[in-house]
Design a protein around this ligand. Sequence first.
Ligand code: IMP
Length: 177
Amino acid sequence: MNIKGIEFVEFIGETEIEKKIQALASEINQLYADKTPVFLPVLNGSFMFAADLLKHITIPCRISFVKVSSYDGLSSTGQLKTLIGLEESLFKQDVIVVEDIVDTGLTLQKILDELRALGTRSVEVISLLRKKPARDKGINVRFTGFDIEDEFVLGYGLDYDGLGRNQRNLLKAQRNQ
Ligand code: IMP
């Protein structure tokens, strides 16, 4: 598939994603058996992952979608990000942040700082993908779907320039184009 001049090739198929999601969900069902966690999917990228994951969550839970603004305040440098769309109190709640991909981990770090300041009881992260830079920096993702190298991926909610989110599988950009 070619998007805006970049060739993307199959990376992780639908069946493999589904199997991984079932395993992650059953881990969460066991670990949170006596809790009522609040899942916080971070839009836009995690919409498909969150929908499929939550279908396999069998314990009582709440779901609240959030977004990360590209900047906060008057600067448009994209440096200062802030969590938006949070409509319920997370005080003393067991929160599970649902991410599509953790790359440098900067976005996640900002989200975690904000959530902890709200007096949450616990905050854990589930991410479908974790790239090498996050691993190298020791970014803690409690539930990880796939650890991948430092490559650009698309599909299953993830986009390139706004396109490709609707793909049912994951593709990766072909190198040496
Ligand atoms: P981080 O702050 O560097 O961890 O970036 C995280 C965000 O960057 C993700 O939530 C995605 O929106 C975006 N991103 C990072 N890598 C990719 C990729 O390979 N494909 C699509 N989006 C990506």
